[in-house]
Design a protein around this ligand. Structure first.
Ligand SMILES: Cc1cc2nc3c(=O)[nH]c(=O)nc-3n(C[C@H](O)[C@H](O)[C@H](O)COP(=O)(O)OP(=O)(O)OC[C@H]3O[C@@H](n4cnc5c(N)ncnc54)[C@H](O)[C@@H]3O)c2cc1C
Length: 253
């Protein structure tokens, strides 16, 4: 179910940007009056009259990384050497962009007895940050278990923020994992290696404690296409039916 009620387009001013991880920028706009979206949806952003352009064009799709109740619309991206992203880094705050959307249906299911297992590959964290912040703010009863794979801690936006949310919310379990173990430069006591059925099962037992949360989980996978394909294959190998898997591929990576 896509929601495109606001999709005619809003013109917004870029109002913030900061580097939050290696080659990774958070940027934001004031949320236009009446702009409504569901946590996990995305928008298309196009520069209006950018300082430069290239053959890839002036528009990109980005998941909304902030939650619906928040004042600003926040996005997060990996910085690469394309005109769109050079503009993002150099253009003055106040530069105008057109925002179309919201689009997409990577949104939390309604049945609170079914846990949500979220698998984020790198920048695929963006829709899940929105979902987690929304669930915590609304005190939703869903159990959320977020697995988050990055090469190194310094590549991982929102690592500390999500750890802090976990400490204060019994319904949220956060499992970051680092895949470039040989390059780790600081102490890391969390998981290492890629997602695996064994890793999932080990943490899933934390929420299989009986009571209201015994129903089968729904799985969500977001990130670059290769990661999403690998995540789905891993879940299928573990016996998870496609009906219980929802995905968002960040085409372009
Ligand atoms: C639903 C959705 C949500 C996304 N959310 C995020 C996000 O939160 N953060 C983030 O960093 N990136 C996100 N992306 C990817 C983002 O739109 C850019 O493609 C990505 O950031 C690469 O841009 P670039 O300028 O670095 O690279 P470029 O090399 O310029 O790649 C961008 C180019 O990839 C191609 N492309 C774009 N979309 C697709 C597609 N769906 N399938 C195949 N090719 C495509 C186009 O030619 C586009 O111009 C999302 C993509 C989608 C579809």
């Amino acid at each position: 179910m896509s929601t495109a009620a606001n999709s005619s387009g809003n013109v917004l001013k870029l109002n913030s940007r900061r580097v939050v991880a290696e080659r990774t920028m958070v940027f934001g706009f004031d949320k236009p009056a009446g702009f409504v979206f569901k946590a996990g949806q995305y928008a298309e952003i196009s520069w209006i009259d950018p300082i430069e352009t290239d053959a890839e064009g002036d528009a990109r799709a980005f998941s909304i990384a902030s939650a619906p109740h928040e004042e600003h619309l926040v996005f997060t991206t990996r910085l690469r050497d394309t005109a769109f992203k050079r503009v993002l880094q150099k253009t003055p705050l106040g530069t105008l962009a057109k925002l179309e959307g919201p689009f997409g249906d990577l949104t939390l299911h309604n049945n609170v007895s079914r846990p949500a297992i979220l698998l984020a590959g790198g920048i695929g964290i963006t829709p899940f940050r929105s979902i987690v912040r929304h669930a915590v703010h609304e005190k939703l009863p869903h159990k959320l278990l977020l697995f988050y794979a990055n090469r190194l801690p310094e590549d991982a936006p929102f690592l500390d923020e999500l750890s802090a949310i976990e400490r204060e919310n019994a319904n949220f379990i956060f499992v970051p994992t680092m895949t470039a173990v040989s390059r780790l430069q600081r102490a890391w006591t969390g998981e290492t290696g890629h997602f695996s059925p064994e890793m999932l099962t080990r943490h899933l037992t934390k929420i299989a404690t009986g009571g209201a949360h015994t129903a089968t989980p729904i799985y969500y996978v977001a990130g670059p296409p290769a990661m999403v394909k690998g995540g789905r294959a891993m879940l299928n190998d573990a016996g998870i039916d496609d009906d219980d898997i929802r995905t968002e591929e960040f085409g372009g990576y």
